[in-house]
Design a protein around this ligand. Sequence first.
Ligand code: AMP
Length: 475
Amino acid sequence: MDITSFEQFELNRQLLNAIAELGYTEPTPIQQKTIPLSLGNHDVLGIAQTGTGKTAAYLLPLLMKIKYAQGSAPRGLILAPTRELVLQINEAVSELGKYTDLRHLALYGGLGPKTQIETLRKGVDLLVATPGRFMDLYRLGEIVTKDIRTMVLDEADKMMDMGFMPQIRSILEVIPTKRQNLLFSATFGGRVERLSAEFLEAPIKVEVTPQASTAEMVNQVLYEVPNFRTKINMLDYLVSKDAFQRVIIFARTKGTAENIYKFLARKVVESDKIRVIHANKGQNTRINAMDAFKEGNVQILVATDVAARGIDVAQVSHVINFDLPLIYEDYVHRIGRTGRANHTGEAITFLTMAEEYHVQKIERIIRMTIPRKPLPPEVEVVETPFDEQQAMLREIDEQRRKDDPTFLGAFHEKKAKNLPSPKSRLKAKSKLPNTKKTAPSSPGTRSGIPTGRPGGAAGQKGSGQKRSGSRGGRR
Ligand code: AMP
């Protein structure tokens, strides 16, 4: 049976009214497929990314099941990897449960538990929690688990990436075994499969889009940018353009995110038009930054992958990858921030020669070659500082070694040959030629970046294939 309206799910009036108010006219594919299963009390394994409507896909049947406020102990538990995602899911509960009297609560760390405990004591029907905070409060005796009949794991792949497996196992031990389980994950690899085998009962697997298909909805482009300073110049050039109205800039590390923020806030945009979020930022700062960005008061949000996980902001005009994520699936999550709900978005990625390796792995995951464009002539190409160049060469060596453990390393070979003792090494260091000016384009290279993969195509192909879809990129 084709499902073209929410009425066909036979949801209650309260939910249908909320759905209508949110402007959802038709269930998305993941909703069409999983809602009837969940309503039928099956365990479901949903492979769906953020942006597909997966949150409502598990919330609607759950809200339908717990219906109205009852007793004081929670009857549903949703686990998610980050505070931001927990808050976002909790907000979706507020919206979808608007016409019910259900009491729900977000539990997450980074701030004192006092208010959370007070709310728990008043009685709740549904908890949305990070695994760590849930267990902390459980151990304090503040959570009664005996009535939990539905458990949802959202972004299960990310939870495992973030090392939450032990906490999830502890939670499974303290909640009733007779329950319905819904597991959602953006990717489906060996670990998610094992987790689902461990914790779901005869699950029905629903996959709405082939892995990484968001990529097709987004205009992607790669710029080969030789070094950090030139990346900053390129950012300066891009965000000054009118079209860059609501931009997320992704950085791999907190340090890089801070540097980008400082530079742009000082020189390029008014400081109240830009915010930065990463794990070291206080909870309130992060929430305020997200809200301001959502409301459109902030033009640029600089974020690390973990901080930005699952963030749902409509109409992000551009995603800029200042660098490439080392967990390759995060590339898909990053670019999924733009191009949602039928808006075509644009994802711009900068890459240095040391990132060429990662881009090839990402291209294998998204099953497409990302088009490359030359740097605009307005952007000043800065010479690569010696230290930065050495660091990149070292990184390339490491990448080659990862694919070929017998490889000793060109950088180290050279160093060993030229610099026999630590003493002469010091001396020699000062004599080493300074960095070569990176030519914007030279034969055999693209913007000075060798186009051939370090280690040779054949060597990489073998191991890369084995790794594709896995976490081969981590360390
Ligand atoms: P999610 O994949 O859960 O992060 O949802 C992505 C976005 O889609 C959210 O902004 C939802 O409000 C929105 N959404 C969810 N279901 C529908 C629907 N059936 N029609 C239109 N938008 C929806």
